[in-house]
Design a protein. Structure first.
Length: 439
């Protein structure tokens, strides 16, 4: 069983609900049934208005003491949330500490083993409060209609077609930021990303002692830190400002390949839906494009490509997502656009009750051709070759190994591009090699 205590103290309400749904049909003994109802009970977010008392009653039938402790957990976490809303973080931390203790005792009584040292408890407490604080801010933004209920993220390595696909979606009616990075000779049709978001992400990476061009991992626990909480706070404010509350804000910045995991409190909150469109392009073409645009070293470019792909894939597992081949985007933009519309076409996002399916029909009749025509095949100017004159005797062997890993990864995604689970499995198989060479 997945670590229930870890999921709960990460405020991962969506994943807890998914786990309940996956086991709902399984035949259970009374003890297993009590565990099932306990997980359902604690998967209720403190801001939820759902009634889970029937789950608590089922737990009490098997173990009254466990039910009492889970009830005390629920009361403490509600007080924690109130303190967060009141911006009294110190009292929130104190109350959350009690909540975790009650939760641990209740789960242990039901045979769901949890072991936390004092140091671990302190870390989980701060993590829990930081996640809940971000969810509270998101909830307030949603109540005030400052941020849409469905966010669209375009992920992908630099020079992988993220600008092209985001521009196409903007032509189809998806919301673009008001402070777009201006077009230039590198991207004559525009970058379609917010200058404010790019600056925020760069500043955050700097605080993490990193940079967009680094493929080294961020510090352990970074996504649950106070710094990450502050980054999420600033991001909510910027999204509200530059997308002006519009439906389907389409957020594009290659830095999110590394940073999207930091938005887990939002994604797990059940307060919003998110769709991830992930562009994938031949890594050698990406290198040549980066080298021409910015003079990026081939080793840096290849390491970045590998790291971006693995991190974006890992962070978006279990969420609504679609990989789009850069070549398919250029050769058949109609099909690529249809795939994007299909991805976001299964949930209601408009405040007036209009569904994305309705929006998709509007796009097809009003803007579909114009959006597809936005893609210009002539903008592909790079080949998939690295000539030997760009390599030295010292790094040629290492570069060739990086190329091999990158190409295996690229092919694994292309072969399985319509099968999400196979993509994940293929990358899991390749991950040890990638980690070894990335260091």
């Amino acid at each position: 069983m997945t670590d229930i205590l870890l999921l709960t103290t990460s405020a991962a309400w969506r994943k807890l609900k998914q786990q309940c749904a996956e086991t709902a049909q399984a035949e259970k003994s009374p003890q297993e049934s009590a565990k099932f109802h306990a997980i359902n009970y604690i998967s209720l977010a403190p801001y939820s208005t759902e009634d889970a008392s029937h789950h608590l009653a089922k737990v009490a039938n098997e173990n009254a003491f466990a039910a009492c402790e889970l009830s005390l957990y629920r009361a403490s976490i509600l007080f924690t949330y109130k303190h967060i809303i009141d911006k009294d973080i110190q009292r929130a931390l104190e109350e959350c500490h009690h909540a975790i203790a009650y939760l641990q005792q209740g789960l242990n009584r039901l045979g769901i083993t949890t072991e936390l040292t004092k140091i671990d408890t302190a870390l989980r407490t701060r993590s829990f409060v930081n996640s809940l604080a971000s969810q509270a801010e998101l909830q307030q933004a949603r109540i005030k209609h400052k941020i849409a209920s469905h966010l669209v993220f375009v992920l992908g390595m630099h020079r992988s077609g993220t600008s092209a696909i985001t521009g196409m979606l903007a032509q189809a009616g998806f919301a673009a930021p008001v402070d777009q990075m201006p077009a230039n000779t590198v991207n004559p049709k525009g970058f379609w990303e917010s200058l404010s978001i790019v600056k925020l992400n760069d500043d955050f990476l700097e605080k993490m002692e990193s940079h967009w061009s680094s493929s080294l991992p961020l510090p352990a626990g970074w996504s649950e830190s106070i710094c990450a909480r502050e980054w999420r706070t600033a991001l909510i404010n910027i999204i509200a400002e530059v997308y002006e509350g519009a439906d389907l804000p389409t957020i594009k910045d290659p830095r999110f390949c590394r940073l999207i995991y930091g938005l887990e409190p939002w994604l797990a909150s059940r307060l919003i839906e998110a769709s991830f469109i992930i562009t994938i392009r031949n890594p050698l073409e990406v290198y040549n494009s980066l080298q021409q645009a910015q003079g990026t070293d081939h080793q840096i470019a290849l390491r970045l490509w590998i790291n971006s792909v693995f991190m974006a894939e890992q962070a978006t597992r279990g969420y609504r997502r679609k990989f789009i081949s850069f070549d398919v985007l250029l050769q058949d933009p109609y099909n690529a656009l249809a795939a994007c519309l299909q991805l976001v076409g299964t949930t209601t996002v408009h405040e007036n009750g209009e569904s994305i399916t309705d929006l998709k029909n509007k796009v097809r009749t009003e803007n579909f051709n114009r959006a597809a025509a936005f893609i210009d095949k002539n903008l592909k100017r790079q080949n998939s070759l690295i000539t030997d004159d760009k390599l030295t005797a010292n790094n040629k062997s290492y570069i060739n190994k990086l190329i091999t890993i990158a190409e295996k990864t690229y092919k694994a995604i292309l072969v399985n591009i319509d099968d999400d689970r196979k993509i994940s499995k293929s990358l899991d198989d390749l991950r040890p090699q990638a980690v070894h060479f990335l260091g």
